[in-house]
Structure formats: structure tokens, C-alpha cells
Design a binder for this molecule. Sequence first.
Ligand code: IPM
Ligand code: MG
Length: 398
Amino acid sequence: MQNEVIERAREHFAKIVTDQLARVERMKQGEEAVDFATLKPIIIGFCWGDGIGPIISRETQRVLEYLLKEEIDKGKVDFRVIEGLTIENRVKHLKAIPDDVLAELKACHVILKAPTTTPEKGGPYPNIESANVAMRRELDLFANVRPVKVPKDNIDWIFYRENTEGAYILGSKGIQVTPDLAIDFTATTLQGSERIIRMAFDYAARNNINKVTVVTKANVIKTTDGLFLETAERIAKEYPAVKWDAWYIDIMTAKLIDPKRRTQFRVVVLPNLYGDIITDEAAEFQGGVGTAGSANIGTRYAMFEAIHGSAPRMIDEGRGQYADPSSLIRAAAMMLRHIGVSDKAEQLEMALDVCSQFEKEVVITGREDGATGRDFCDYLLETVKDPYLKKRWQALAR
Ligand code: IPM
Ligand code: MG
């Protein structure tokens, strides 16, 4: 009996190793990057998601239709809604991303994605994998870039979270060996570490930011985090002008709430799970996860999303209309910059800063005592349209 159990576990593990070695080979070959300047049209796919997703998507759509009017009219941008990425359709196909939806996604250049419900073990839905995690893997979106800014507190962080490996990639491939023993896996590759670390250093070098912080728990998780840290040490040598330091995730999490220490962090690069956790904490300084957008960047594809989930509790309690759409709108601004519409990205980001950080004339609390997402978006659109927006922003940001 015990031999059988061990054999089954061995086979499971052998399959994981085989798949990961094949993945390493694919990474070694690389992919061709997209040049948005030469693309016509640039195809944007928009997935509205679950829970509060459709509610905040509707507001985001209004903003994008206004900002991209000229590009859409001239055929430079093709904006399509992708319907099938809902929990109902995913459950129906018992797939994180049904095949036809994946094909539709792959026919786009960039994707804007509202939150999708991730079934949890023991919950009402079958145990299908998170659509985010699956999309990040299927489209090889290896960098999860999450900026957090609080100008009045001198906070200006950008997190480069590794997005395709670590505890996540194999999180859905764990094995319940016996009812008493459950094992999950985490995997780190040299190629996977190199590309995210290099992207973080590149960003710092290009923007004259003389500080990259590498976060691991390499004192305990010695093999995988050890490889990540070692790789960082090596890549850092390619950037002699950029200073860097290494922190462990526990003390880094603590120091983020130390007002004296935290302003010294600028560009942070870290494995998947630590990045997941610390970016929620970081977003809290800016006004909560409802205010933070994120970019999932690969060589070929890119996907932009809010950093939070579909908030089923808000829907159950009938509070959906009070959800903050600014996270998804921030993500949309990152998307505009990515496809080369930088002037409009800047316009949108300034308007978001004015509305949710400086003037705050319409405040969302997520509850009845606050404004609805629709009211906030009216205020935001009015601000976007202000011909003196830049002056207004400059005066406030000083
Ligand atoms: C995020 C989210 C996702 C993650 C969930 C929804 C799977 O928390 O984007 O940070 O854990 O990556
Ligand atoms: Mg998260």
C-alpha cells in the first residue's frame, strides 16, 4: 500500500519536473516582442469578469470610449468585449479559461480584465484554477507590475512581482498524498528569475532611480529563493549605476509601515507569492486595493487588471454600485501607456490623482455612506475633460 502511494507521488512529481524543463526550453527560445507603433489596429480585448467586475467595467468603458475616440474612429484601435470569461461559463466548461475564450484572448494584442471569481477549496464551485493565474501562464505574462504612489507621504513604489512561477505556478498542482499528507510545490527557474529581475533593473536605470530592492526569504526557503537572490546578485552587476539591496519578506512587510524607512524603497522585485501579499499591503497606503491597478507584461501579450478580486461579499450585501472603479481605470491608464498612447495615459492618471488623492470631492467608501462608482466616474470624466487639468494637478502635487 505504502509503495503504491509513494509511486503515485513520484509519478506526479516526475510530470511536474518534465513540464517545467519543457517550459525552461521555451523560455530559452524567447518570443518576438510586439511593436505597437507599427500595429494597425491595436486590438484591445475587454473581459468584464464576475461580481463587481461588470459594474466597474461599465465605468471604465465610458472613460476609455471618451479618451480613445479618435483612435477608434481612425481605426487605430479596435476595442472588443470578450464575453466568456465568467464564472458560470468557466464552471460549465470546467476550465480556468475555456478554449474558445483563450483563442479570442490570443487574437488580441492587449487585454483589460475585470476581476474574476476564483473558486476556493470547499466552496460552492468546482475547484477550477484562478482565471488570472491561468491567463498569466497561458500568455506567459511574467511580470506583474504594480505601482503605488502617495505623493503627500513621499511614497513612490513600483513592485515587479514575478508572475509565472514560485508558489503560484504549481499551487494548483499539489498532491494530497494520503488524507493525512498534502504537498504543494514551488518552482523557480534561472530564466524566470533573470527576466523579471532584469526588467526591474532596466526600469530603474531608464528612469534614473538609484534603488532596487530584492525581496526573498532565502534564509529559510534556501533553494528556490536562494536561486532568485543569487540571480539578482549577478544581474545587479550589469547595472553598476543602480544601487540595490536585499531584504527578507517578513522584515520588509514590517518596514513598509515605518514612515521613516518606507520612503526609501522605490523599485522592488520579488517572487510571486510575496509580491501578491505585499502589494495588497502597499495599496492600502494609497487608499486600498480598490485604488490600485496592475500590469501583467509578457514579451508578446500584456494584460491589465485591478489588483483585487470580484468582491462577492459586496454583491451579496447589495453594495455593488458602491465599488471603486478606480483600480480598473488605473489599469486602463497603464494599458494606454503600454500601447503608446502616453499623452492620454498621463491625462487619465493626473485626473485620477486629482479626484482620489487631492481634491476628493466625491469619496467612495464601498458602502451607502459613500458615493457610487458611477458618481465617482462622472467626477473623473469631468476632470479628464478639464483643459487646465495639468496646471490643476501641478498645483496640487507640489
Ligand atoms: C492578485 C490576486 C490574484 C493572485 C488572485 C485573484 C488569484 O490576488 O492579482 O493579486 O493571487 O494573484
Ligand atoms: Mg493579490
